[in-house]
Design a protein around this ligand. Sequence first.
Ligand code: NAI
Ligand SMILES: O=C(O)C1=N[C@H](C(=O)O)C[C@H](O)C1
Length: 269
Amino acid sequence: MPIRIILAGATGWVGRALVPALAAAPDLELVAGVARSHAGKDLGIALGDAPSGVPVFASVEEALAVPADVLIDYTKPGVVKANALAALKAGLGVVIGTSGLGAADYAELDAVARQHEAGLLAAGNFSITATLLKRFALEAAKYVVDVEIIDYASAGKLDAPSGTGRELAEALAEVRQPATSRPVADVVGVPATRGGAFGEGAREVRVHALRLPSFVLGVETIFAAPDERLTIRHDAGASAAPYVAGTLLAARKVKGWIGVRRGLDTLLD
Ligand SMILES: NC(=O)C1=CN([C@@H]2O[C@H](COP(=O)(O)OP(=O)(O)OC[C@H]3O[C@@H](n4cnc5c(N)ncnc54)[C@H](O)[C@@H]3O)[C@@H](O)[C@H]2O)C=CC1
Ligand SMILES: O=C(O)C1=N[C@H](C(=O)O)C[C@H](O)C1
């Protein structure tokens, strides 16, 4: 029997790239979409295609009336947590692509997921190359003490840092060695220019978020030692294609554990 999927954000940039991929996957079945502006319509028609038989609801709460196994969420930072909580409480597995949540949110979601014996996979970036950046950066942090992150995105992006940059910073803060840079409390001038911090004390990781026209999403991880530097950088292109395969992989796997996992890297060998 196929895994039944509710897709929140079904008419968005990523959502509309997932719809045909779900339709082409024999082991997955899209049973409902969520998109406030198209509620009550057939999803195929909402996307300008032939009727698909998939209903569109205004909220995840309403869509949960349709029997389903997994919620995929690509909506907005302000709504994703409530969507995930509703789905976990209904016993669904949850796949989160939406950015904006951090370690404290995921700790809360983990408690609810365990209470309801459900799994959740959140990835700041479902593309394979961005996932490799995280893997390589975590490896580099074993050998190089100092690291900071630059997070580039479009002028209109709601959240800062990006989901990609935040997941990377939080993961690096878990494994990095204490920085050699001057503590921010000792900085003369405008300390905020040293960026936002994830983690504690000298092990915190500083993220510098740029929001400018022409960028989609880029994350630059800069490791430095005396007289040398290593830069590991990922740049997203203009289409949502790179996120599709990773999202579907997560939807296939997420019923296989209880609690929260963060990062597509947790599903790779
Ligand atoms: N993890 C990853 O690999 C990626 C994550 N993202 C993140 O995914 C999120 C969505 O990105 P896009 O598709 O570009 O956004 P978008 O703005 O194109 O689409 C958002 C969708 O959410 C729906 N929506 C908005 N508010 C809603 C609500 N209250 N209830 C239900 N649906 C609602 C909209 O109708 C729309 O269909 C962003 O946070 C973005 O940063 C984007 C690309 C890749
Ligand atoms: O908002 C976007 O566009 C993107 N957001 C994701 C993030 O917040 O990391 C990543 C994706 O490449 C594009």
